[in-house]
Design a protein around this ligand. Structure first.
Ligand SMILES: Nc1ncnc2c1ncn2[C@@H]1O[C@H](COP(=O)(O)OP(=O)(O)OP(=O)(O)O)[C@@H](O)[C@H]1O
Length: 197
């Protein structure tokens, strides 16, 4: 079965979550603060304890090592981690076009991490994730720190990646209008359950 498939997924005291996201489809998730949206993405990425099954194109996460799974199922956390001094040290391959499309010039690769604003970090973390070519995307509030123009640029780039790579996308946002724009189906996590929004 193509796409990302969650079967009886339970994590912390939340679930069971059953959901299929087709290839090239974007599903939106919203819900009150603390409802478990981040935990859902982390369970899918096999970063937190959970029960149930997660499949990508019919292959179960348990049939791969955790690093293999996380390379295929790319998680963009709400707060990105940076371990080296400069931006360029975090990128193995670079698509200058993508940098420009998110408002950066090529010299961004020489920038010190310590000088990055919250919005710059968020856009660069997205570019870093996409250059690893994940087959599915888990996005935790990917535009939370951005100005309206950057929000549009990010939405367009993710949409293009989704269509070009036919990637299933799970997009967490507190902005209902954004989810209307980017997602073909929307769900709510509340009271430890996932339901249609
Ligand atoms: N490592 C952890 N150990 C125990 N509880 C945790 C852990 N991480 C998160 N929680 C709790 O689980 C609940 C869900 O957290 P989660 O981060 O998934 O919320 P969220 O829906 O993403 O919220 P927000 O919209 O504020 O980002 C919260 O009550 C949180 O305090």
């Amino acid at each position: 079965m193509d796409g990302l498939h969650l079967e009886d997924l339970r994590f912390k005291d939340i679930g069971p979550v059953n959901l299929r996201i087709g290839r090239g489809e974007c599903v939106g998730i919203s819900g009150p603060s603390g409802a478990g949206k981040t935990l859902l993405l982390r369970a899918i990425a096999d970063m937190d304890p959970h029960t149930g099954n997660v499949f990508l194109d019919g292959t179960e996460s348990r049939d791969m090592t955790a690093p293999e799974w996380r390379k295929k199922v790319g998680l963009l956390p709400a707060e990105s981690a940076w371990w080296a001094d400069t931006v360029g040290a975090h990128f193995r391959s670079v698509s200058e076009v993508w940098f420009r499309r998110l408002g950066f010039e090529a010299d961004v690769l020489s920038w010190e991490i310590s000088r990055l604003s919250g919005g710059e970090r968020q856009r660069l973390a997205l570019l870093r994730l996409l250059t690893n070519r994940p087959e599915a995307l888990l996005l935790d509030e990917p535009t939370a720190n951005l100005d309206p123009e950057s929000v549009m640029r990010v939405e367009e780039l993710i949409g293009e990646y989704r269509r070009t790579c036919m990637a299933p996308v799970l997009w967490v946002s507190h902005d209902p209008r954004q989810l209307q724009r980017v997602a073909s189906r929307r769900f709510l996590i509340r009271d430890r359950r996932l339901s249609a929004a």
